[in-house]
Design a protein around this ligand. Structure first.
Ligand code: F1P
Length: 610
C-alpha cells in the first residue's frame, strides 16, 4: 500500500517523480507529496490531499527544482487524510522521509523522542522515522549509519527512503516487510516500491531483500544486509512493457484488463500445456519430486486470490484426488493449525507482496510444511523469492484495484496444477484429456463470452438504484458467486453477499423481496437441477433474478427472471467463463453509478500492511 518513488540525478527529477507517482497511484490515493533537494541544499516540499493530480496541479508551472527527490502517494493507516499527515515527513527541516508500512512501536518511540524535545506535526507513525534518524545523526556519523541505528529500533513493516538536506548527493533506503526496488540508470539511480514506477527511466533493477539498507548516489549503490554486512544483489533486466500502465484506448484500466483476458490466458498456457497434460518443469526445478509425494494441499490467500483458491479446492479434490484446505491468510497466521503429512503449501497472490499471505508462508515454513508453491503475477516479488516453487501467471501489470485478469489466470494456473498433481495421483487419461481440451478452448471461449457485453450493459441499469444484492452458485460456481459479489461491492459500493444456493433456506431466504436482486450463475452441469430448485425457492418469495446460464440449461426470461445466455463451455473451465459476465456487470453498474472504477474508495491494490 502507498507508493514510493525517489531519484538521485543531475537533472531536475520532479517530472520523473510525478510520473512515477501516477504509475503507482493504484496502490494508494488519498494524498500525495514530494520533497526536492537542490545541490545547494535548498529543500522544498509540496503535499496535497486527494489524487496525485492535485499535487501535479499544485506544482503547476511553478518551477519545483531538485536533482535529488522523494515522493509518495498515501493510503492512510495512522492519522486521517490531511495535508499534515501526507508524506514526506520532516525532522528539524533537515531529514525528509517517505514510508510504506507501519511502525508498530511508534507510540513508545514518540514518547521517547518528545522527551528529547522533538515536536510532532502529524498523527503518523512515519514521523517517528524522521526524528529517530535525526536523533541518531546528532550522535555523529553518516546518514547511512544513522539509518542503520534507527531501523534497529523499529518494530513492524517498512519500506522507507530518507534524504538529508546537509547531503544532497544521496538517499538511504531500508526495507523490512514492504518491498523496495532500486532502478539503475546512467549517472543517475532511482528507488521505488514497485518497478512499474521506474519503467520510463530504466529497465535494470535490484530487488532489496528483507532487512537490507542501501545508500544510493548518482553513480553508486551500496547494499548492506540485516547484520550490516555489505552484500551484492542480483541485477535483473525487466521485461515488463513500458506502456503496461496505459489504458490502451479503454475508458478504465479495469475494462482494458477484462478485455485482455483471452490474451493473457493464452500467455499463461503457452509452452506449458502439451497434448497429454502439462509439460515437465513448468512449476520449477524439483517440482516433479515434490508433487510425487504430495498427500495434501493447503491453500492460503486473501481477497480475490482466496476465491481462486476456493475454486481450486473443487478441482484438486474432484479431478486430482488430493485433499485440500483453503484459508484466508489473516486467519491462518494467527491460529494454531494442524499440518497434514506431506502437505504442500500453495499461496496465491496477484502482487506477491500481500502482508498476511507472506506472513502465512513464513509461518508455514516454521510449521514444517513439506514445500511451498506460489501462484503469482509479479516476478521477483517477495512470495516468489521466498517460496520453494513459483508459477507465474503472466497476466501483465494489473492496475485496476479490483482484480480481473489476475484472477482468471490464477484459475488457469490451478487447472494446470490439477493436471500436474493428478498425473502423480493416477488421474485417468480420459479426465486428463478433458481438462487439456477444455484449457485449449479457453482463450476462444473467453472471447466469445466477452461478446455478451451489450446484454449486460442493459442489465446494469436495473442495478444502479439497488442497495443490496445476493449472488448464488453451487459447487465450483459458489466461489465464482463470491467473486462476483466482491467485484460489485468493491467498485459500485452495493452491498453484495454470496451464498452456496443450497444454504438459501438456512437463513438468506428471509432477505428476498423485489428490492433485493438475486444473481445466479448456472452452467449446464450436474448440479443444474438442484440449482433450479433453489431458483424456484426465490421465485416463490417474490424475488427478482438475473440468471447467467448456458442456453442448454433451459432457463427462460419472464417477469421475475432475466436470463443472459453464456456460451456453452466444458465443465472444468466453467468457473473461469462465468467470471466474465460478473466482472462486466459490476463494471457497468459502477459506470452508471459514477464511482471511481479503477481506484474505488478506501481500497488499495497491494495490501502490504496487515
Ligand atoms: C489480494 C487482494 C486483491 C484485491 C485488492 C486487495 O491481493 O485482496 O484480491 O483485488 O487488490 O488485495 P493479492 O495477494 O492477490 O495481491
Amino acid at each position: 500500500m502507498c507508493g514510493i518513488v525517489g531519484a538521485v540525478a543531475e537533472r531536475n527529477v520532479v517530472e520523473i517523480l510525478l510520473e512515477g507517482l501516477k504509475r503507482l497511484e493504484y496502490r494508494g490515493y488519498d494524498s500525495a507529496g514530494v520533497a526536492l533537494l537542490q545541490p545547494d541544499g535548498t529543500l522544498t516540499r509540496i503535499r496535497r490531499t486527494g489524487k496525485v493530480q492535485e499535487l501535479v496541479d499544485a506544482i503547476g508551472d511553478k518551477p519545483a527544482l531538485g536533482s535529488t527527490g522523494i515522493a509518495h502517494t498515501r493510503w492512510a493507516t495512522h492519522g486521517g487524510v490531511t495535508e499534515a499527515n501526507a508524506h514526506p515527513h520532516f525532522s528539524s527541516d533537515r531529514i525528509a522521509v517517505v514510508h510504506n508500512g507501519i511502525i508498530e512501536n511508534y507510540l513508545s518511540l514518540k514518547e521517547k523522542l518528545a522527551a528529547q524535545g522533538y515536536t510532532f506535526t502529524s498523527d503518523t507513525d512515519t514521523e517517528t522515522i524522521a526524528h529517530t534518524v535525526h536523533a541518531e545523526l546528532q550522535k555523529g556519523g553518516s546518514l547511512l549509519e544513522a539509518v542503520q541505528s534507527a531501523v534497529a529500533q523499529f518494530h513492524g513493516a517498512y519500506g522507507t527512503v530518507i534524504m538529508d538536506k546537509e547531503d544532497p548527493t544521496r538517499v538511504v533506503v531500508a526495507r523490512s516487510g514492504s518491498p523496495l526496488v532500486i532502478g539503475l540508470g546512467l549517472g543517475e539511480n532511482f528507488i521505488a516500491s514497485d518497478q512499474m514506477a521506474l519503467l520510463p527511466v530504466t529497465r535494470r533493477f535490484i530487488f532489496l531483500e528483507e532487512g537490507d539498507v542501501a545508500e544510493i548516489t548518482r553513480r553508486t549503490v551500496k547494499i548492506f544486509d540485516v547484520n550490516g554486512n555489505p552484500v551484492e544483489r542480483e541485477v535483473i533486466e525487466s521485461n515488463i512493457e513500458h506502456d503496461a500502465g496505459d489504458k490502451g484506448g479503454y475508458r478504465h484500466y479495469m475494462l482494458k484488463e477484462i478485455h485482455e483476458q483471452p490474451t493473457v490466458v493464452r500467455n499463461a498456457l503457452q509452452n506449458r500445456l502439451g497434448e497429454h497434460g502439462v509439460l515437465p518443469g513448468i512449476f520449477g526445478e524439483g517440482a516433479q519430486e515434490i508433487f510425487a509425494k504430495v498427500q495434501h494441499v493447503q491453500i492460503i490467500a486473501c481477497g480475490t486470490s482466496y476465491h481462486a483458491g476456493m475454486t481450486a479446492r473443487y478441482w484438486l479434490e474432484q479431478f486430482a484426488n488430493v485433499s485440500c484446505n483453503v484459508e484466508i491468510a489473516s486467519e491462518f497466521r494467527y491460529r494454531k493449525s494442524v499440518v497434514h503429512d506431506n502437505s504442500l503449501l500453495v499461496t496465491i497472490s496477484q502482487s506477491g507482496e500481500t502482508a498476511d499471505t507472506l506472513a502465512a508462508l513464513r509461518l508455514a515454513k516454521e510449521l514444517g510444511y513439506m514445500a511451498s508453491l506460489t501462484i503469482c503475477n509479479v516476478p521477483g516479488s517477495s512470495l516468489v523469492r521466498e517460496s520453494d516453487l513459483a508459477f507465474m501467471t503472466r497476466a501483465g501489470a494489473e492496475i485496476g484495484v479490483a482484480s480481473t485478469k489476475a484472477f482468471t489466470t490464477q484459475l488457469t494456473a490451478f487447472l494446470m496444477l490439477t493436471l500436474a498433481l493428478g498425473e502423480c495421483n493416477g488421474m485417468e487419461a480420459e479426465q486428463t484429456q478433458a481438462i487439456v481440451a477444455a484449457l485449449n478452448s479457453l482463450p476462444a471461449k473467453l472471447e466469445e463470452t466477452l461478446a455478451i457485453t451489450q446484454g449486460i450493459e442493459d442489465l446494469a441499469e436495473e442495478f444502479a438504484d439497488k442497495h443490496h444484492s445476493l449472488f448464488l452458485g453451487r459447487g465450483d460456481q459458489y466461489p465464482i458467486a463470491m467473486e462476483g459479489a466482491l467485484k460489485l461491492k468493491e467498485i459500485s459500493y452495493i452491498h453484495a453477499e454470496a451464498y452456496a444456493s443450497g444454504e438459501l433456506k438456512h437463513g438468506p431466504l428471509a432477505l428476498i423481496d423485489e428490492e433485493m436482486p438475486v444473481i445466479v450463475v448456472a452452467p449446464n452441469n450436474e448440479l443444474l437441477e438442484k440449482l433450479k430448485s433453489n431458483v424456484e425457492e426465490v421465485r416463490a418469495r417474490g424475488g427478482i433474478m438475473y440468471v447467467f446460464a448456458d442456453k442448454d440449461a433451459h432457463f427462460a426470461s419472464d417477469e421475475t427472471m432475466r436470463v443472459i445466455n453464456v456460451p456453452h463451455c466444458e465443465g472444468p473451465i466453467a468457473p473461469i467463463i462465468y467470471t466474465i459476465p460478473l466482472q462486466l456487470l459490476s463494471y457497468y453498474v459502477a459506470l452508471i453509478k459514477g464511482t471511481d472504477v479503477d481506484q474505488p474508495r478506501n481500497l488499495a491494490k497491494s495490501v502490504t500492511v496487515e
